[in-house]
Design a protein around this ligand. Structure first.
Ligand SMILES: [Zn+2]
Length: 70
């Protein structure tokens, strides 16, 4: 049953570099802001399921706070 094939090339899953992911998700939710907290929760939920694209959108929403976006 066990088929062991050693390949010379690594089959790495498509994952963004850690540094890039950290940069995409970099944000500072404001403690007293409901929108920030809500987006932050969703960011972490998306991140937990590996949906970095969605998580980065929530991070963007959190960053909008500083720019008066919400
Ligand atoms: Zn906010």
């Amino acid at each position: 049953m066990a088929v062991t094939k050693h390949k010379s090339t690594q089959e790495a899953p498509v994952v963004l570099p850690v540094g890039l992911t950290a940069w995409l998700l970099d944000c500072a939710p404001v403690r007293d802001c409901e929108t920030c907290q809500s987006e932050w929760q969703r960011l972490r939920a998306a991140k937990d399921r590996g949906d970095i694209t969605q998580a980065s959108k929530h991070a963007s929403r959190v960053r909008d706070h500083a720019g008066g976006g919400h």
